[in-house]
Ligand binder design. Structure first.
Ligand SMILES: Cc1cc2nc3c(=O)[nH]c(=O)nc-3n(C[C@H](O)[C@H](O)[C@H](O)COP(=O)(O)O)c2cc1C
Ligand code: SF4
Ligand code: SF4
Length: 274
C-alpha cells in the first residue's frame, strides 16, 4: 500500500508519532510518504502540488491540539488539498495533545474529510507533553496505541466506518467543548503572549525562521514576526539556542491551568477510535 501522512508539528512530537507510525506500516512492507506541512517549501498546498496524492491508498492526518483547536494552518492546507485526494481506502486521523482537551479536533477533522467525500477508517490520540523535546518520546504507551490502531485497521481489511459511528466516536466531548470554545473566544487574547527578539543576543542563525510552522518570521537584522500569521505556538522561544527570544513561556503553564479551570481537565489518555 501507498500511505501518505500529512501533519503539522511545531514541537516535533507529532513528527515523532508520524515517524513511529510510518515505521509500523513499513515493517509490514507498505510505502509511506511523510509531509510536515509546517516546513519551508511545504507550508501551502500550492508549494506541494496535487501529485502527492498520486496512487495513494490511505491518508493519515496528524494534528497537535493547540489552544483547544486543530492548528489552523493544517485546516487551511486541507481545505485546498482534500478536493484532489482520492485515496483507495480512505483516511484516518491522529492527534497529539497535552491533556487539557482533545476536544473537537477529531470531530472537526472528520467533518473536513466528510465534506470531501473521503471515507474515514478511524483514528487515535496520544498524550504528549508541552515543549516535549526535553523528554524521551514516543513512550511505550504511545507505541502500544499505534500498534493497536494499526493491527485493528488491518484486521478490518481497511474498512471505513459508517458516518453515524464516526460522529459518535469523535463526539465524546462535544458539550464540554462547545462551552470551552465559547469561553476560549472570550478570553482568546490570554494565549497571545508577547514575543520579542533581543538584538544583542541574536546570532542570526535562522533556526527560528526556518522552524516557525507558519512562516511568520522573516530575517531582517533580527527576526521580525508577522503577528497576523503567528499561531502562538512559542516554538521560536523554545528552540532559540542563544536565549534571544524574549517570551514568558512559563505562562503557558498558567494558560493550561486557566483552561483546566474553565473546562476541567481531560485525563491525559491514549485512545483508539474504531
Ligand atoms: C502553546 C501551546 C498550546 C497548547 N494547547 C493545548 C490545548 O489546548 N489542549 C491540549 O490538550 N494540549 C495543548 N498543548 C499541548 C500540545 O498539544 C502537545 O504538546 C503536542 O504534543 C504538541 O505537538 P508538537 O510537538 O507536534 O507541536 C499545547 C501546547 C502548547 C505549546
Ligand atoms: S534562533 Fe535565536 S539566535 Fe537564531 S535567528 Fe532566531 S532568535 Fe536569532
Ligand atoms: S512566530 Fe509565532 S507561529 Fe512562529 S514559531 Fe514563534 S510563536 Fe510559533
Amino acid at each position: 500500500m501507498n500511505i501518505l501522512l500529512l501533519y503539522i508539528s511545531p514541537g516535533k512530537t507529532t513528527e515523532k508519532i508520524s515517524k513511529a507510525l510510518s515505521d509500523r506500516f513499513e515493517a509490514d512492507g507498505h510505502r509511506v510518504t511523510r509531509l510536515n506541512i509546517g516546513k519551508p517549501g511545504s507550508r501551502t498546498f500550492k508549494e506541494v502540488g496535487s501529485s502527492i496524492f498520486y496512487d495513494m491508498d490511505l491518508i493519515g492526518i496528524g494534528n497537535p491540539v493547540f489552544h483547544l483547536r486543530v492548528m489552523h494552518p493544517l485546516t487551511e492546507f486541507l481545505d485546498q488539498a482534500l478536493p484532489y485526494a482520492k485515496p483507495r481506502f480512505g483516511a484516518f486521523l491522529y492527534l497529539t495533545y497535552g491533556g487539557i482537551s482533545s476536544g473537537r479536533a477529531l470531530l472537526d477533522l472528520s467533518n473536513q474529510l466528510k465534506k470531501n467525500n473521503i471515507p474515514i477508517l478511524g483514528g487515535f490520540k496520544v498524550w504528549a507533553p508541552h515543549f516535549y523535546n526535553r523528554v524521551e518520546y514516543p513512550d511505550i504507551e504511545a507505541r502500544k496505541t499505534i500498534d493497536e490502531f494499526y493491527s485493528r485497521i488491518k484486521e478490518s481489511g481497511y474498512q471505513p466506518l459508517e458516518d453515524e459511528k464516526t460522529k459518535r466516536l469523535f463526539s465524546y466531548q462535544t458539550r464540554k467543548v462547545n462551552i470551552a470554545y465559547h469561553l476560549a473566544n472570550v478570553i482568546g487574547n490570554l494565549r497571545e503572549l508577547p514575543i520579542q527578539f533581543d538584538q544583542d543576543k541574536c546570532r542570526g542563525c535562522n533556526r527560528c525562521v526556518n522552524e516557525c510552522p507558519v512562516g511568520a518570521l522573516t530575517m531582517q537584522k533580527i527576526p521580525v514576526r508577522d503577528t497576523s500569521k503567528c499561531v502562538y505556538c512559542y516554538h521560536c522561544a523554545a528552540v532559540c539556542p542563544h536565549g534571544a527570544v524574549i517570551c514568558p513561556t512559563e505562562k503557558v503553564a498558567d494558560m493550561v491551568r486557566t483552561n483546566k479551570k474553565l473546562i476541567g481537565v481531560e485525563n491525559p489518555q491514549n485512545a483508539v477510535y474504531l
